[in-house]
Ligand binder design. Structure first.
Ligand code: TYM
Length: 329
């Protein structure tokens, strides 16, 4: 049985990028693997969220995880900050993580460029905290979207370095996982690179049908191709990526054909796309609404999840401490 671990930062509601990048296909893994799903609330602190919003944001991700299909009877679902063992491992791994490599990480450079007044140590060591999340459960597979690939590379590097330094095979080298296929990147509908909370171009799992229709209608298009079999500009390719992920193969083939023959009608394509998105989102939204006020259930899930995660994490930490030479008197 393999150990699978996946995390989502609690910085708002889940969007289609999170769902298709790190959730949908992996929910079925909970039937056959030891699965850990967690809410990365420590990771959300790099941008100093309003303390009033911290808990509601965790609650959003928790309810949306559950509504998307995670079954706490099968998988361990927990809040990162309920498992303090992660912090100790983070500290220990940081002793072997170097400024040069951390400051070269693409996500760090990007965030530092966008918010030059807030280049904090948490941001710099974000990959070590992520490595601690993964290594504390010695995960084999980590379902993530394309944007997390480099963080997984760094996790493997930290695991390898620890093993080499202490002459052990203790940590596994976890892989970013998408069923042997390329990792996914769900684009933004505004023609930009990726769907993301900070990009402000998201369709959320909580969006109602009208909102989804409106957002899809606003997607960037043009006058259509002028020549047969033209290459697609990025913002049109993005629409086709959505069709690939969300619609049936015959729908995709139909619009590919229309594009190639210069007969594409974006209005039709968008109508179809909105319908297909609603098919995915509506049942999840209904489940979110059904459980979001069930405080007793959410309490039970997180308390039991934390206990299971801590039991597992404390075993790892105990061994790591031994390997590193800690001894009690
Ligand atoms: P976060 O919260 O930004 O995103 C959570 C997951 O959703 C995926 N994702 C996407 N996939 C495809 N297309 C998109 N447009 C898109 N947007 C987001 C992300 O790749 C990710 O898998 N650092 C992580 C959270 C984390 C974590 C971990 C993940 C902390 N510790 C340990 C795995 C293992 C993050 O910020 O994800």
């Amino acid at each position: 049985m393999e150990t699978v671990l996946s995390g989502i930062r609690s910085t708002g509601n889940l969007h289609l990028g999170n769902y298709f990048g790190a959730l949908k296909n992996f929910i079925k893994m909970q039937d056959e693997n030891k699965c850990f799903f967690f809410i990365a609330d420590y990771h959300s602190l790099t941008t100093h969220p309003d303390p009033k919003m911290l808990h509601p944001n965790v609650k959003n991700v928790l309810t949306e995880y559950l509504a998307a299909g995670i079954d706490p009877e099968k998988a361990t679902l927990y809040v990162q900050s309920d498992v303090p063992e992660v912090c100790e491992l983070y500290l220990l791994l940081n002793m072997h993580a170097y400024l040069g490599e951390l400051s070269k990480t693409a996500s760090f450079k990007d965030k530092a460029r966008k918010s030059p007044d807030n280049v904090n140590a948490g941001l710099l060591t974000y990959p070590t905290l992520m490595a601690a999340d993964i290594l504390i459960h010695n995960a084999d597979k980590v379902p993530v979207g394309k944007d997390q690939e480099q963080h997984l590379e760094m996790t493997r590097k930290f695991a390898r370095r620890f093993n080499n330094l202490y002459g052990t095979e203790f940590f596994k080298e976890p892989v970013a996982y998408n069923y042997g296929q390329e990792l996914i990147k769900i684009p933004g509908l505004d023609g930009s690179g990726k769907m993301g909370k900070s990009e402000g171009n998201c369709i959320y799992l909580i969006d109602d049908d009208k909102t989804i229709e409106k957002k899809v209608k606003r997607a960037l298009t043009d006058e259509g191709p002028k020549e047969f079999n033209s290459p697609k500009p990025d913002y049109i390719e993005n629409l086709f990526t959505f069709l690939k992920v969300l619609s049936t193969p015959d729908v995709l083939a139909y619009y590919e054909d229309k594009w190639n023959k210069c007969e594409i009608r974006y209005g039709d394509l968008k109508k179809q796309l909105a319908e297909d998105i609603i098919k995915v989102v509506k049942p999840i939204r209904e489940r979110i609404n059904a459980i979001q006020n069930d405080e007793a259930y959410l309490h039970k899930v997180t308390t039991e999840g934390a206990a299971k995660a801590r039991e597992h994490a404390s075993k790892t930490l105990k061994e790591v401490r031994q390997i590193m030479g800690f001894k009690s008197f």
